[in-house]
Structure formats: C-alpha cells, structure tokens
Design a protein around this ligand. Structure first.
Ligand code: NAP
Length: 290
C-alpha cells in the first residue's frame, strides 16, 4: 500500500474529537426529547493525579455533549468487598448507563476479580473480559477500550487506508497494544505486534505503512524506525529530560520522513474522552432498546 500525503503533516486529535462530539450532541438531544438522559458514573479510588486529570477531561467532554455524570470517590484503603458492592449498585442503577473504573486500582484490590463484576453492558472502557473477547471475535456490539478506538478513529478521519495496510503496533498491553492490533486487524490491516522481546525492532517497524507506538518510552522511535511516507500514531504519554510532556516518538527526528504524525500532547489523548462519550451514548441506547 502506498500512503500519499504531504510530508510530515501533524494530524491533531481535536478535529476528530469535535466531529464525534458534534454527532453525539444531536443523538443526545434526541434521547433527552424522549425523556432519556444518558449518564456516566466514574469510580475513582483515592486521588491520583493521572486519575484526576483524566476525570476532568471526561467530565468536561460529557458536559459539552449533554451526558450526565456522577463521580463515585472511594477511600484509598477501600476493601474488595466494599468496592465490589459499589460496582454492583451501579450495575443495578437504571439511571446509570456507563461505568468507568479508573485504573490501576490500589494493591489491596484484586482487579482480576473486579473485572468480572462490572456489567459488560455498562463497561464503556473494556474492563470486562466479555468486552475483550468481543474485540477478538470482531463483534461490534461490545465496547473496546477508548484509547485504541481513538487510534482507529484518527486514522479513518484522516483517510488513511487500513485495508491491506502493513501496520506495526509497538506494545502489547491489554489497555492499548493488543486491542489496537485486533481493531486494526478487524479493519483488514496486516498487523505485526512488537514488544520488548522483538528482534531487530527497527527492521520490523521500518517496513510498516502505519506505525502505532504504545511503549511508554520517551522519544524512543527515531528516524531509523520508520518507513519513508509512513503514518505514525504516537500513543505514548511520557515526560522528557526537560520535564515536558512527550510521546514515544522523537517527532523532530521522524517528521521529515513520515507523511503524517500525531502530536503529543493534542493527539490521541484528546480523542479518548470523545470515544468514552460515544460509548456512553451507545450503552444508553442499547439499554433503552434504541
Ligand atoms: P505498558 O503496559 O507499560 O506496555 C508497554 C508495552 O511496550 C509492553 O508491551 C512492552 O513490552 C513494550 N515495550 C516496552 N519497552 C519496549 C522496548 N524498549 N522495545 C519494544 N517494546 C517495548 O504501557 P501501556 O499502558 O500500553 O501504555 C503505553 C503508552 O501509552 C504509555 O506512554 C502510556 O502513558 C500511554 N497511554 C496513552 C493513552 C492516551 O490516551 N493517549 C492511554 C493509555 C496509555 P513487553 O510486553 O514485552 O513488556
């Protein structure tokens, strides 16, 4: 596949997020007219900076779209029993359509058990193994995680051909790498999943038409990791040696070689909350037989 575009185009997340939000505002408007108010509950344990930052973004996005929100703030030392009780009560609450459990959870909580408690129908960020399995099956009725879904939405928004494209996904976490790989496979891309044991990493990634970097290593991807004209999606959120936010890709090093690249910040991260909102509206419609 040949990807043709202007060289080094920075493709921002905002236009993608705005378009998704615009469509959702209309959908929510229709639901509200019928007396249905989509609602997201965010479950947060303690007050980690990352959780609070994501929560703020999610609340703002939902507010813009007209989705109701509720933050359930739990004590840092909450027990497994009490966490599960909270989750079960949200599962049963008919006014709540989507549940987001902010993770990672503190050590005393067993995530492996909790992921089976959240109702798959309300699990808008793919915590439940049922939703993970649906990605594997290509079953679109589920909720894939928001970040990898944002990766696919960005590629589609900027008209990047996925059908038959050679894609290298760098990273194999359950949060980003693995689901991103499956979602891209479901779009008929030929996907190579790379990780810390991959041999000749540069050789593999530099053959890809599309490179998705989700390693969590500041500016690791240099010019020799990318193919001429490739599209690069930088999922990484890291802090560089000067204390500034940066991605996994060294943008200055690759920009002249690639056709398009997402920035960090203002790239993938800015689309994630609009996907979350989209999932809440979808969950709400499903639960109201719409
Ligand atoms: P993670 O769980 O730490 O996974 C990192 C993956 O990268 C692992 O699969 C690991 O391989 C691989 N890896 C690490 N070092 C490598 C190396 N030197 N060479 C090749 N592969 C290497 O991280 P994550 O949760 O997937 O997140 C990845 C990045 O995305 C982070 O920077 C995170 O902050 C960011 N993120 C962004 C968003 C967003 O909204 N933009 C959302 C979530 C995460 P092994 O499996 O072999 O260890």
């Amino acid at each position: 596949m040949e990807v043709t575009a202007t060289k080094g185009q920075i493709i921002k997340g905002k236009p993608v997020a705005d378009q998704i939000s615009e469509n959702l505002i209309k959908e929510v408007d229709e639901l509200v007219k019928e007396g249905i108010n989509p609602k997201l509950a965010i479950v947060r344990v303690g007050s980690r900076g990352d959780d609070l930052a994501y929560e703020r973004g999610a609340l703002k996005r939902c507010q813009t779209i007209g989705i109701e929100t509720e933050v359930v703030e739990l004590a840092e030392d909450i027990t497994q029993e009490d966490y599960e009780k909270t989750l079960r009560s949200l599962n049963e609450n008919k006014d709540v359509h989507g549940i987001l459990c902010l993770r990672p959870l503190p050590n005393q909580l067993n995530e492996e058990a909790i992921k089976y408690v959240i109702s798959p129908e309300k699990d808008v960020d793919c915590f439940s193994p049922i939703n993970s399995a649906k990605i594997m099956e290509g079953d679109k009725s589920g909720f894939p995680p928001c970040t990898p879904t944002a990766v696919v939405e960005i590629l589609k928004h900027y008209d990047v051909e996925l059908n038959g494209a050679n894609v290298a996904v760098l990273g194999r976490s359950m949060v980003v790498g693995k689901p991103a790989s499956m979602l891209l496979l479901n779009e008929n891309a030929t996907v190579t999943i790379c990780h810390s044991r991959t041999k000749n990493l540069e050789k593999v990634t530099s053959q890809a038409d599309i490179l998705v970097a989700a390693v969590g290593r500041a500016k690791m991807i240099k010019e020799n990791f990318v193919k001429e004209g490739a599209v690069v999606i930088d999922v990484g959120i890291n802090v560089d040696e000067n204390g500034n936010l940066c991605g996994d890709v060294d943008t200055a090093s690759v920009q002249d070689k690639v056709s398009m690249i997402t920035p960090v910040p203002a790239g993938v991260g800015s689309v994630t909350t609009s996907i979350l909102a989209k999932h809440v509206v979808k969950a709400c419609k499903n639960q109201n037989n719409k």
